[in-house]
Design a protein around this ligand. Structure first.
Ligand code: FDA
Length: 305
């Protein structure tokens, strides 16, 4: 089921047609407060009141025109101004191919550097998402370049990739900010762990290693997962080494395990909610369905009057 849904996510024909269907538009609202920047910012209110920070991502990927990447970069610059005006504790998260990585890596670097500069002015932070494995090397190289200049930048690494432990070692000399996720794409066994047990074991090992670094250097760690049991296991695992539960951030997606997000914040964890918005939601939404095929039933129920 996961493989089929991830294939559907990549299918260009469906990408153009399915988002027009009313039931799909209703279903996606479960994970997205709306399509506009304003919708996303309004959703921050109750979260901020509970001490939960927000991260914003405007959905989009694999842009084919340099001018479109510029539009995206300008959108994020305006978003950071708005976040500052509203006094929101907010950061941004961008996909490299949404800033033109398929077209021109230097131009993508330029966009990221401009975003990081503005982020520093408004005391915000820029996260770089990790896409399919074909982009892993280029994305890490991009991060090395940006992080060399801008400290307020972080990268997402995926625990299902066999290379991730080595990538962490490679990045550690930069005192990086790393968001660790399990991974949302369909990757072959040659390069990725395919079984949940193995992904979780690698997640725990990489997270614990990173968290132990936080005792002696300014490494920032985000645990980007809804697996509350795993987060609690990691916290217990590193506690004897003197790593407290506020040494890392828990990052979850808007609309998923919402009650747990508030509970973890009450329990002393530092929580951030990633709010996605925009009209190009189809592949992103299909990846959310693939993570939990029961979501397909929820989507189909939206067919009912
Ligand atoms: P897991 O799949 O084991 O789920 C644990 C529990 O969480 C489930 O039992 C269920 O209760 C709940 N849950 C998880 N997904 C759900 C869903 N879609 N709907 C409803 N409930 C769900 N990936 C990537 O490849 N590149 C990236 O840049 C990012 N960025 C990113 C940022 C943030 C803040 C998060 C939280 C996640 C990502 N991801 C990502 C996605 C990530 O790789 C992964 O696919 C999802 O987080 C789902 O896996 P979990 O870690 O939640 O665990």
């Amino acid at each position: 089921m996961r493989t089929i849904l991830l294939w559907l996510a990549r299918n260009q024909w469906l990408r153009q047609r399915l988002p027009r269907l009313a039931f799909m538009r209703r279903a996606v609202r479960r994970f997205m407060p709306g399509e506009s920047m304003g919708d996303a910012l309004v959703a921050a209110g109750p979260l901020q009141a509970a001490g939960i920070g927000t991260i914003y991502t405007r959905l989009g990927e694999n842009l084919t025109e340099p001018a479109a990447a510029e539009v995206v970069a300008n959108h994020y610059l305006a978003l950071m101004d708005r976040i500052a005006e509203l006094g929101i504790d907010g950061e941004i998260s961008v996909k490299p191919t949404q800033l033109g990585l398929d077209l021109d890596a230097d131009a993508t670097f330029g966009h990221l550097a401009a975003l990081a500069t503005r982020a520093a002015e408004v005391r915000s932070f820029v996260w770089i998402d990790m896409e399919g494995s074909a982009y892993a090397e280029a994305t890490i190289a991009l991060y090395e370049r940006v992080r060399g200049i801008h400290l307020n930048t972080g990268i997402c690494l995926q625990a299902y990739l066999r290379r991730t432990a080595a990538d962490v070692e490679r990045l550690l000399p930069l005192d990086p900010a790393i968001r660790l996720v399990k991974g949302a794409y369909d990757e072959p066994a040659a390069i990725a762990f395919r079984h949940r047990r193995d992904v979780d074991a690698n997640y725990l090992a990489v997270a614990a290693h990173l968290l132990r670094q936080t005792r002696s250097r300014p490494v920032r760690v985000g645990l980007g997962t809804h697996d509350v049991g795993l987060i609690e296991r990691i916290a217990e695992h590193v506690a004897p080494s003197g790593v407290a539960r506020d040494a890392f951030q828990v990052e979850m997606l808007y609309g998923i395990r919402a009650r747990d997000q508030f509970r973890l914040a009450r329990d002393g964890y530092r929580v951030q909610t990633l709010i996605a918005y925009g009209d190009y939601w189809y592949p992103w939404y299909m990846r959310r369905l693939a993570e939990r095929p029961a979501n397909v039933l929820f989507a189909l129920r939206q067919l009912l009057p």
